[in-house]
Design a protein. Sequence first.
Length: 309
Amino acid sequence: MNSPSSYPIGTPGIPWGAAEVAQWRALQRRQRSYQDEVLSAIDGLRSRLEVLPYGQLDHDPARYPLYAVKSRHWREELPIVLVTGGVHGYETSGVHGALRFLDRHAEDYAGRINLIVAPCISPWAYEMIHRWNRDAVDPNRSFRADSPAQESAALMRLIEPLRERVLVHVDLHETTDTDETEFRPALAARDGKSSEPGEIPDGFYLVDDSEQPQPEFQQAIITAVAKVTHIAPADDQGEIIGSTVVAPGVIRYPFRQLGLCAGITEARFKTTTEVYPDSPSASPEQCNAAQTAAVCAAIDFALAWHAAA
């Protein structure tokens, strides 16, 4: 077992207070540019799609404006598709997979769906390559009323008028080696708890909503992504990251109960993607392509269902 004492901040068994959060924040270093890598790509889409500002991070609003990209010709009668990336800023292919989808495929669905994409929900964490926001809060456990994460609260405000009309929501994530080496020990230290070592799955997998599972939808995505990168196998206990594998490459979480991004709408078809960028069998290009393939497969499945309904 790893105890909180293995992490350099805090006192074992005691949750962090403001001093420990400040100490942690002082250790974070900007490692890449939100402006150069994300905002510039969004600017390049303005001639084809509508760019919608929906807030900013209050600790540095000029550096961290929040943008979504939506269909230029929004039609009220069409189904709505929501794509989110960068809830965890360090999960690079979630951000760049969303941008790749916008650049290469969004226009393929013009006139068939209303599209809204928030490609980088946590820009401070994107620059720091971190899971948490500046306040040492995990945005993907914070999609709830009175959210402690301004990144989560801003997205919920944007989506609230649409939440009952969304048909598809694909939330793009990664599972990385640093989940085990950095983020789980940090979480244990922050919360004054001990952490058990875990196993990082090698490959792509999906998280379905245990409160409204859609196995055929998940399988359609797995089938499409398998053409791009490998699917994570179950471990010796028949699990992936401690959850039972219900179908090849699929586990289930209660999205809304856990405050996860994928639970913010009433969408019939919801999924969280998980790419493994540290695999010796997957390149960054494959990871981005896998995220894009997942989005396209999700939309295609839902459109077929909608046409038949």
